[in-house]
Design a protein around this ligand. Structure first.
Ligand SMILES: Cc1cc2nc3c(=O)[nH]c(=O)nc-3n(C[C@H](O)[C@H](O)[C@H](O)COP(=O)(O)OP(=O)(O)OC[C@H]3O[C@@H](n4cnc5c(N)ncnc54)[C@H](O)[C@@H]3O)c2cc1C
Length: 76
């Protein structure tokens, strides 16, 4: 990519952060934490994504799960 990794680049450096090395547990069906109701571990920090697109897709899954739960009238 022109201007990205050449002598013309403004700054070239190492990427110093990686994805979360931990994963907060969550139920495969409800996407909630197994012990803490209404806690939905999601995205990179919770250990369910490793980039922009996977974080967005995981957020979408969790949002749909919460929305389905509200629509079905289950608040717990
Ligand atoms: C330098 C760098 C380069 C990257 N480059 C790429 C790339 O090229 N391509 C790619 O796919 N991915 C890249 N990533 C990874 C990508 O940015 C992340 O995987 C993605 O943004 C994670 O999304 P997320 O929603 O899970 O978390 P985040 O985007 O980190 O969102 C978490 C949000 O929670 C908020 N928050 C935190 N604590 C609290 C609190 N107590 N109360 C309320 N809000 C809170 C934060 O302010 C933040 O807005 C890069 C990451 C870094 C650091």
């Amino acid at each position: 990519m022109r201007g990205y990794y050449t002598n013309e680049a403004v700054l070239v450096a190492t990427e110093s952060r990686t994805s979360s090395p931990v994963r907060i547990p969550r139920d495969a069906e409800t996407l909630q934490h197994p012990q803490i109701k209404n806690l939905y571990p999601c995205g990179e920090g919770a250990g369910y994504a490793g980039g922009i697109v996977s974080a967005a897709m995981d957020g979408e899954r969790v949002a749909k799960s919460i929305s389905n739960k509200i629509a079905s009238g289950h608040s717990q």
